[in-house]
Design a protein around this ligand. Structure first.
Ligand code: BTN
Length: 236
């Protein structure tokens, strides 16, 4: 457990570069340069969870990107220990919503030259105690678990539940393949059937979110037909 760090993602990269052995969770009470998806900042207040799992999966970049679905499902299950699961849903690409507001986000980073990633870091931020100021996306205003009389969950305790849930989902991936993770993700997904805009590289594609296919692509029905948006494009 770190007291203050620039970002648990940066710390994960440093540890991977200096010869990380087994899977490691890195957690900090405070981050001075927390990062979010798409180059945004992530404010992590004391009392919230800021943690990164870094490991060396035997996975191509596309397979590694699919871990994002696994992480979302694990995060959903860990949160469901503390709040009624009917209040939770998953939003593409990998946010968790509580009462329709953003309660948690996931960021994937990886490195490697060969066909397999050298390491994968899965960063997870959860607004346990404090709802951050500022609304990034008016449709999904930030919310904290403790809001509206919710429980005040200790971040270290939450990380134990998250690590367990993650291990359970990894076990399902090993035993049943990505199909099972996909099914679980789709069962919890909030936005199927909605019109969404996905960014892939520099291109923006707008369409009706139909499903996630067996390779982990986001399938959008657009006026020009069905478009597959690669998980690897969206998540890294
Ligand atoms: C997002 O929704 O944009 C993803 C947010 C991810 C935030 C977490 S907090 C722990 C880890 N360290 C970081 O700097 N970012 C991730």
């Amino acid at each position: 457990m770190l007291d203050t760090v620039d970002s648990t993602m940066a710390e994960a990269a440093r540890r991977a570069a200096s010869g990380l052995a087994g899977p490691t969770w890195i957690m900090a009470h405070e981050q001075t340069s927390g990062r979010g998806r798409r180059g945004r900042d992530w404010t992590s207040e004391q009392g919230n969870l800021a943690a990164t799992l870094v490991y060396r999966p035997e996975a191509t970049p596309a397979e590694a990107a699919r871990r994002s679905f696994l992480a979302s499902v694990a995060l959903f299950e860990a949160l469901a220990i503390h709040v009624d699961r009917t209040r939770l849903s998953l939003k593409w690409p990998n946010d968790v919503l509580l009462d329709g507001g953003k309660v948690a986000g996931i960021l994937l980073e990886s490195a490697g030259q060969g066909p397999f990633v050298d390491w994968l870091a899965i960063g997870i931020g959860v607004n346990l105690a404090v709802r951050p100021d500022g609304v990034r996306d008016a449709a999904f205003p930030p919310i904290a678990v403790a809001d509206n009389g919710g429980p005040l969950v200790d971040p270290e305790e939450f990380l134990t539940h998250l690590a367990d849930a993650f291990a359970t989902e990894e076990g399902k991936l090993d035993a049943f393949g990505f199909g099972r993770i996909r099914e679980d993700w789709l069962r919890h997904a909030a936005r199927l059937g909605e019109v969404i805009t996905a960014r892939t590289g520099s291109e923006e594609v707008t369409g009706v979110f139909e499903t996630v296919d067996e390779a982990g692509n986001l399938m959008l029905k657009t006026p020009k037909g069905l478009r597959a948006i690669s998980a690897a494009d969206v998540f890294f």
